[in-house]
Write a protein that binds this ligand. Structure first.
Ligand code: ZN
Length: 265
């Protein structure tokens, strides 16, 4: 069974939490996120951190649930989400941040052109928010949302992204920070989805989230904030002996997203 909430709903959920207009072509927000923000933060988060670990599927969380304890200590809500087709990185992140289907945002295959339609980055900047996008060089996230009036930190690899994001959180000059990591995706394609290298990479993403969420909680003392874990798609072990994704199958389509509300002290 495919999850019933859609990747098209994250952009509106975060926009609503921030008290800004959603991107122009976005689907509606996720009711459980709205209610978390209402109940825990009185309806508004003026700081948001979104951590994007590439390729961690719903099945991975179902099978290795205990690994996620360091994530779960920072969050109150797990949201099952179905991503879009084809379930490859630029298509899925295109939808995550525009709230629009691939036919609307324009990336319908594995390619990394700059998306021209309205996105969460545009909507936040328009509302006067300061936005930082911290991503690995040459990745989809480093490319498809270029040319926005936001600050870009494009760095060699995951550890650089995590360190820079932690630094930005401590400085507390941004309203919205998006951080992208990719080691798990790299390892599943090089090897397999559950090989020691991939398991270590998934652990690195969990640890990075823990570090960043802790930094956010410490530096947002005067702000209500929202912390989000959001993968783009899952994966499966393919016939050729490597991990892969892109198909319409539960392992690729279903992901789990986490939301944590941080109240001002
Ligand atoms: Zn991906």
């Amino acid at each position: 069974m495919m999850n019933s909430y859609s990747m098209t709903q994250l952009a509106a959920s975060v926009s609503k939490a921030m008290g800004i207009e959603a991107p122009e072509f976005s689907a509606a927000s996720i009711p459980s996120v709205d209610s978390l923000v209402q109940n825990r933060l009185g309806g508004k988060a003026d700081r948001v951190l979104i951590y994007n670990p590439d390729c961690i599927g719903h099945w991975f969380w179902q099978k290795y649930t205990e690994m996620f304890l360091p994530v779960e200590k920072h969050v109150q809500l797990a949201v099952p989400v179905a991503t879009v087709m084809p379930s490859v990185t630029p298509v899925c992140f295109g939808t995550m941040y525009t709230g629009a289907m691939p036919a609307v945002h324009g990336i319908r295959q594995y390619a990394k052109p700059v998306i021209k339609i309205d996105s969460l980055f545009d909507a936040a900047a328009r509302a006067g928010k300061k936005v930082a996008l911290v991503a690995v060089a040459d990745s989809s996230m480093a490319k498809i949302f270029a040319e926005r009036p936001i600050d870009y930190y494009i760095l060699p690899y995951d550890a650089d992204v995590t360190a820079k994001t932690a630094e930005l959180l401590k400085e507390d000059n941004y309203d919205l920070i998006v951080a992208y990591n990719q080691e798990y995706d790299d390892m599943i394609h090089t090897y397999t989805p559950e090989c020691p290298e991939a398991m270590a990479a998934a652990q690195h993403h969990i640890d990075a989230f823990d570090v960043l969420a802790t930094a956010a909680e410490e530096s947002w003392k005067e702000h209500n904030g929202l912390i989000v874990w959001a993968s783009d798609h899952g994966n499966h072990l393919d016939w050729d002996g490597h991990g892969n994704h892109g198909e319409y199958r539960e392992d690729d389509i279903n992901v789990i997203h986490f939301y944590g509300a941080v109240s001002a002290k």
